[in-house]
Write a protein that binds this ligand. Structure first.
Ligand code: SF4
Length: 300
């Protein structure tokens, strides 16, 4: 039996969708605050217009075990991104937006098809720049019977005002925490405010959903799941991320320390990150997390 997501009532959901959609005409949906009019075809940093650009969707078995379960996580990959890291591991999808996107009715149909496929959750990948469109589609999909948990799988560069509109809608927040230093955030993402933004975003997410709750089948139902991509030569970054989680969010935070960094996208232009991490760098990250008392490390 599928878990029931606790959605706000349809009227409230529609109201929130309208409130967010109104902000598209002078877009401040994310911390870039581009102030472009996305309803008339202008685009900002993320590259998306009025409709949500969907790159692909379907069951995915490469996510964290509590999301995958036995039936897979129902990913919907949106193209475009508000962060646009030079080393993005999905560079082709996030740095280009093709087509005009799909209207809310089509997106709602995609969400419902994910549920029909038997996926454990609806996993919205890179959703930040299309949160209004997601709420519009969810209000239709919930009317149509959508009830699986909603996963917000993001880069962590989020507006707290926008996140507040997702309270009671998103069941599982899965943000990256990439850096907590201004220098790498500026150099690799042109977002010097990323450290303060991601700290505030994580506090808001933790307030809304708390630590990750996993049911008897081993499937996540609600809560916070944090990802951190361990990068070459960035041991101090990894330590600062772990310190922030241990001291500022909670040692019971479910954490995936990811070791799959590859120099994708424009990373070869940055020699210091133009290689994979070493096994020593990976072990050092794990040891530090354990030393700091983080006891819910993915896969361990
Ligand atoms: S969602 Fe896109 S257009 Fe809007 S502020 Fe963010 S990057 Fe700019």
């Amino acid at each position: 039996m599928k878990a029931m997501a606790v959605f706000p009532d349809i009227g409230a959901l529609t109201g929130r969708a309208e409130k967010l959609a109104a902000r598209l005409s002078e877009c401040d949906i994310c911390p870039r605050v581009c102030r472009v009019n996305r309803t008339t075809g202008e685009v900002g940093v993320c590259g998306a217009g009025r409709n949500a650009p969907v790159s692909s969707f379907g069951p995915h078995f490469g996510e964290e075990a509590p999301l995958v379960g036995v039936s897979g996580s129902g990913t919907v990959f949106f193209s475009g991104c508000n962060l646009r890291c030079v080393f993005c591991q999905n560079y082709e999808i996030s740095h280009t937006v093709e087509g005009n996107g799909v209207p809310a009715e089509r997106l709602a149909a995609i969400f419902l098809s994910i549920q029909r496929m038997g996926c454990h959750n609806l996993n919205l990948v890179t959703p930040t720049h299309v949160t209004p469109q997601i709420l519009e589609a969810l209000s239709l999909a919930v009317s149509g019977g959508l009830s699986i948990p909603v996963v917000y799988n993001c880069g962590g560069y989020e507006s707290v005002d926008t996140l507040r509109e997702l309270e009671g809608v998103v069941d599982i927040y899965m943000p990256d925490v990439k850096f907590l230093g201004t220098e790498p955030a500026s150099r690799y993402c042109a977002a010097p405010d990323y450290p303060e933004v991601v700290r505030a975003a994580l506090r808001e997410m933790a307030r809304q959903v708390g630590p990750l709750v996993i049911d008897r089948r081993g499937v996540a139902q609600r809560g916070l799941l944090v990802r951190h991509l361990v990068m070459p030569g960035e041991a101090s970054t990894t330590r600062s991320v772990i310190d922030f989680l241990a001291d500022g969010i909670g040692k019971d935070t479910y954490l995936n320390l990811m070791n799959q960094y590859r120099p994708c996208g424009r990373a070869p232009g940055f020699p210091e990150i133009g290689r994979r991490i070493t096994s020593g760098e990976w072990r050092e990250a794990l040891d530090y997390a354990r030393d700091r008392g983080m006891f819910r490390l993915d896969g361990l």
